[in-house]
Structure formats: structure tokens, C-alpha cells
Design a protein around this ligand. Structure first.
Ligand SMILES: CC(C)(COP(=O)(O)OP(=O)(O)OC[C@H]1O[C@@H](n2cnc3c(N)ncnc32)[C@H](O)[C@@H]1OP(=O)(O)O)[C@@H](O)C(=O)NCCC(=O)NCCS
Length: 167
């Protein structure tokens, strides 16, 4: 069931700096819920929070989604979205789009020129969201994650995709 749209101004995006045990366990559960066994574990999330950034999107102090990003080593002006999800009960209410725009704004504030990510060819909702914000297809890599786990590589260059100086 889809709830009513969430006003983007009701979405609070925060960065998790030093997640404690309980939050790590909660985020592991949410990653499992979103991605199954390929979801990040507490150890991965702790590394992401320290070496990259882990953002939470909350509504009325409830975590509705999360996103982990890294600054890429070979192209330091681009940030790599390791994971991005909206929890099932919050999907289809505009949170994914508002959250992604907020992450893009934060990346721009960090000096980033754009975002990269991978997405499964069968993940139509995510592909539709990404293409509509400014991501374009860069490559298709068969077996990216091993046998049968193909991925599209998408890149959003902010100067070409509608995220100009005034965000
Ligand atoms: C992909 C995801 C983040 C979208 O979040 P959301 O909060 O549901 O998205 P929104 O409500 O903001 O919708 C934004 C756009 O996503 C697309 N979308 C969302 N749900 C969709 C669906 N069921 N079918 C097709 N497109 C859909 C649409 O383009 C939509 O824009 P529109 O409303 O203008 O048509 C969410 O479905 C999710 O977390 N999925 C599971 C985890 C995942 O696959 N993450 C991405 C990994 S790369």
C-alpha cells in the first residue's frame, strides 16, 4: 500500500558520523530488507560511515531511507553511491527523489562534480528515478557482481544534468 506523498520539506537528511551498535544493527536490517543477502553488514556500514558518508532520510524522526557514498579514488571529483534505498512502507511517496536531490546537493557542497552508481537491469523503479534526475548510461557490465549479476553503470554530471550552482 502506498501512503500519501511526503512533502520534501518534511524530509530530514542527516549524516551518521559515529554510528553506535544499535544503529549499525538497525541499518544492517534495513539494508537486508532492501537488498537481501547482498545488503551491507554492520562492519561495512561502520567503514562507510568513517571512510565515506552514510546519510539517513527521516520523517518525523523515523528512518525512511539511507544512502552510503564514497569519493572515488580514480576520479575524486565524482562520488560513488554504494547503496541507496527507501524502506518499503515509505516508497512511492516522493522520498526517493527528494533524498537523491539532497544527497546530490551535499556532494556538490563537498566539491563533487557528480555521482556514479550501478543498478540492476531489472530494477525498473530505480532506473526510472535515476534517469529522470540526470543520470545517463555509461556502460553495461555483464557479471559485474559475479555470474549473472549484471549492472548498468550510470553517471550524473551535475553541470549537464540540472544541478547548477544555486542548489
Ligand atoms: C528505487 C527507490 C529508491 C525509489 O524510492 P521511492 O521513494 O519509492 O521513489 P519516489 O516515490 O521518490 O519516486 C521517484 C521516481 O522513482 C520511479 N519509481 C518509483 N517507484 C516506481 C515503481 N514502482 N515503478 C516504476 N517507477 C517507479 C519513478 O520514476 C518515480 O518518479 P515519478 O513519481 O515522477 O514517476 C525505492 O524503490 C527503493 O528503495 N527500492 C529498493 C532498493 C533499491 O532498489 N535501491 C536502488 C538500488 S540501485
Amino acid at each position: 500500500m502506498t501512503g500519501s506523498p511526503v512533502d520534501p520539506s518534511d524530509l530530514v537528511v542527516t549524516r551518521v558520523v559515529r554510528p553506535g551498535h544499535d544503529l549499525l544493527v538497525t541499518l544492517e536490517e534495513y539494508d537486508l530488507e532492501a537488498f537481501g543477502p547482498t545488503g551491507l553488514r554492520t562492519y561495512d556500514l561502520a567503514v562507510m560511515a568513517r571512510a565515506g558518508a552514510v546519510y539517513l532520510a527521516s520523517v518525523d524522526e523515523e528512518i525512511a531511507g539511507s544512502c552510503q557514498i564514497l569519493r572515488t579514488l580514480d576520479e575524486s571529483e565524482f562520488f560513488y553511491i554504494v547503496g541507496f534505498y527507501v524502506r518499503p512502507q515509505w516508497q512511492g511517496r516522493g522520498i526517493g527523489r527528494a533524498f537523491l536531490m539532497e544527497v546530490a546537493t551535499k556532494v556538490k557542497e563537498l566539491g563533487g562534480q557528480g555521482l556514479m552508481l550501478t543498478v540492476a537491469p531489472e530494477n525498473a523503479p530505480a532506473i526510472r528515478l535515476y534517469r529522470s534526475t540526470g543520470f545517463v548510461d555509461e556502460a553495461f557490465i555483464p557479471d559485474f557482481y559475479g555470474d549473472g549479476h549484471d549492472r548498468h553503470i550510470l553517471r550524473w554530471r551535475f553541470d549537464e544534468g540540472g544541478l547548477h550552482g544555486g542548489v
